[in-house]
Ligand binder design. Structure first.
Ligand code: FES
Length: 118
């Protein structure tokens, strides 16, 4: 999914400073908890009562911080949303600048990659 945020609020992990040209961020839409779609963007209108913007999965309410590299701020997800590095090329086209920061999908998918002889 693509979102655009205020660049002054970005605190991306080390090495990702160039991954969000003009504040445009790309994250996997597949929740790292159980694979549902991260389908909500929480944009608080009452700053005194609500925390900042967040990407939210409605299934079990895992909540991810788009400003800090998709880190988990609430809920059962055990790892951040994978982030896709972006760039704007010489023609002004937005495109991927590499692969995702980590494996896309729910955390339990690695069960299938374990050796079958144990
Ligand atoms: S699948 Fe997203 S919170 Fe459980």
């Amino acid at each position: 999914m693509l979102i655009r945020v205020d660049t002054t609020k970005l605190k991306l992990p080390e090495g990702r400073a160039s991954w969000a040209p003009e504040g445009i961020l790309a994250y996997s839409k597949i929740c790292t908890h159980a694979g549902c779609a991260v389908a909500l963007y929480r944009k608080p209108t009452f700053p005194v009562l609500e925390p900042q913007d967040a990407l939210v999965c409605p299934c079990h309410y895992s909540t991810f911080d788009p400003f800090t590299g998709g880190t988990v701020t609430y809920g059962p997800a055990g790892r951040p949303l994978p982030q896709l590095p972006l760039e704007i090329d010489a023609d002004g086209n937005l495109r991927a600048a590499g692969n995702f920061s980590q494996r896309v999908g729910p955390s339990w998918w690695n069960v299938r990659s374990r050796p079958t002889n144990d």
